[in-house]
Design a protein around this ligand. Structure first.
Ligand SMILES: Nc1ncnc2c1ncn2[C@@H]1O[C@H](COP(=O)(O)OP(=O)(O)OP(=O)(O)O)[C@@H](O)[C@H]1O
Ligand SMILES: [Mg+2]
Length: 363
C-alpha cells in the first residue's frame, strides 16, 4: 500500500482531471518559466487518450505551444502532428482587437469609421485589459460553438492570469466610460453623418458609433459574465497550479491559490516541476554521499555536494507545499530532466509521470 493510501491524502497524480468527465475547462497557471506550457501539453496528451476532442489554447502573448510541440500554430485550431483529436490555438489579443475593430468598421458607413476607431483607441489606452477581455470573449464565443470535450488553457504568468478574473470589472468600466461620453457629448459624438444633417448614424440599424460601441461592449459583458459563472462551477472548471520548489514560486502559488479561492474558482492540483530525484529525499542521498565521497574525484565530490545542497533546498519547499496543501490538493512531483521537454515524443513520455504517481514516503 502506498503512503498516500495509508494516510488518505489525495493521490500525487493528475489522473483525477482525466477521470472527471464533467470537466470542460482546465486552466494551467503559475509563475513565469516554471513549466506551465509543458504541463498544459502533457495534460492535453493524456486527456486526448480519454476524450474524443481536446483543445489547448494559449492566451499568453509570448506563445510557446508552437515551441513545445515544435509545430507552428495560429489563431485557428490546428491538429497536433500525430494526433487526430488534439488541437492547438494561439490567441493574440492585439490582433483580435484589430479584427473586432475592422468588423465593426465594416458595418458602419465611411463617415463613422474613423470615429469608431478613435473610440476604440481611446478605450484601449484608458482601460488596461479591455483588449484582452474583448479578445477572450471572442475566443470563448468561438470555442463554445465548437464540439471540444475539454479545453486546456495554457495561461500567461500569474499577473496576467489574475487579470482574466477581473474581466467583468473591466467591462463595467468600459461601458461606464462610453455611457459617460455619450451623456457628455451626446449629439456631437453621435455620428459624423448626423452632424452633417444626414441620418442619425450609419450602423446596420442606423446606430451612431457610440451606440454601436455600447452594443458590442454589452454583448461582450454578457459573454464574460456567463463565462465567469461557468468558471466558478467546479464540476466544469478547475485550475492547475504549477510551481518549482523555490521560495518565490511557492510564495506566488499561495497567492494564486488564495486569489482563485476568493473568486470561487476551484483548484485542487499543484504540480511541482523540475524536482531533483523526486523519489528520494535529501537525507537518503546525503547518507549515500557520505559512503561514496571517499572514492570520488574532487570534481565529482564538488558536483555531488552542489546537487545535495540544491536537493536539500528543494525538499524544504516541497515539505512546505505538503504542509500547505497536502490534505486537500493532489501534489504532483515532476522530475527535472536532463534535456528540454520539446516535441510530441518527449512530451508524451513526460506526460506519463503526471498520471502515474511516483511512490513517495510522506512523513
Ligand atoms: N521538468 C523539466 N525538466 C527539464 N526541462 C523542463 C522541465 N519542465 C520544463 N522544462 C523546460 O523549461 C522551459 C520552460 O518550460 P515552459 O515553457 O513549460 O514554462 P512556462 O511556465 O510555460 O514558461 P512561460 O512563463 O515563459 O510561459 C522549456 O524549455 C521546457 O522544455
Ligand atoms: Mg508558457
Amino acid at each position: 500500500m502506498s503512503a498516500f493510501e495509508e494516510e488518505d491524502i489525495p493521490e500525487p497524480s493528475l489522473a483525477n482531471i482525466v477521470d472527471q468527465e464533467s470537466l470542460k475547462w482546465v486552466f494551467v497557471g503559475g509563475k513565469g518559466g516554471v513549466g506551465k506550457t509543458t504541463t498544459s501539453c502533457c495534460l492535453s496528451i493524456q486527456l486526448a487518450k480519454a476524450r474524443n476532442k481536446v483543445l489547448v489554447v494559449s492566451t499568453d502573448p509570448a506563445h510557446n505551444l508552437s515551441d513545445a510541440f515544435c509545430q507552428k500554430f495560429g489563431r485557428d485550431p490546428m491538429l497536433v502532428n500525430g494526433f487526430d483529436n488534439l488541437y492547438v490555438m494561439e490567441i493574440d489579443a492585439n490582433q483580435d482587437m484589430e479584427k473586432i475593430q475592422d468588423e465593426m468598421a465594416a458595418t458602419a458607413g465611411d463617415e463613422d469609421q474613423s470615429m469608431l476607431q478613435s473610440l476604440m483607441g481611446d478605450l484601449t489606452s484608458s482601460i488596461p485589459g479591455i483588449d484582452e477581455a474583448m479578445s477572450f470573449s471572442e475566443l470563448m464565443k468561438q470555442v463554445q460553438s465548437m464540439d471540444y470535450d475539454i479545453v486546456v488553457f495554457d495561461t500567461a504568468p500569474t499577473g496576467h492570469t489574475l487579470r482574466l478574473l477581473s474581466f467583468p470589472t473591466i467591462m463595467e468600466k468600459a461601458l461606464g466610460k462610453i455611457m459617460d461620453l455619450k451623456d457628455k457629448f451626446g449629439g456631437m459624438l453621435n455620428s459624423m453623418s448626423g452632424l452633417m444633417g444626414g441620418a442619425a448614424g450609419t450602423g446596420p440599424n442606423g446606430e451612431s458609433p457610440t451606440d454601436m460601441m455600447l452594443g458590442k461592449l454589452t454583448e461582450t459583458r454578457e459573454i464574460i459574465n456567463k463565462v465567469n459563472t461557468m468558471f466558478q462551477d467546479p464540476t466544469v472548471t478547475t485550475f492547475v497550479c504549477v510551481c518549482i520548489p523555490e521560495f518565490l514560486s511557492i510564495f506566488e502559488t499561495e497567492r494564486l491559490v488564495q486569489e482563485l479561492g476568493k473568486f470561487g474558482i476551484d483548484s485542487h492540483n499543484v504540480v511541482i516541476n523540475q524536482v531533483l530525484f523526486p523519489e528520494k529525499d535529501a537525507d537518503e542521498l546525503a547518507e549515500w554521499y557520505e559512503g561514496e565521497k571517499g572514492s570520488m574525484s574532487k570534481e565529482c565530490g564538488e558536483i555531488c555536494a552542489k546537487m545535495l545542497a540544491r536537493k536539500k533546498m528543494q525538499d524544504k519547499y516541497i515539505g512546505q507545499c505538503f504542509d500547505l496543501y497536502g490534505d486537500d490538493f493532489h501534489i504532483i512531483l515532476q522530475p527535472l530532466l536532463d534535456h528540454e521537454v520539446r516535441g510530441v515524443e518527449k512530451l508524451t513520455e513526460f506526460s506519463e509521470t503526471l498520471v502515474n504517481p511516483v511512490d513517495l514516503e510522506v512523513d
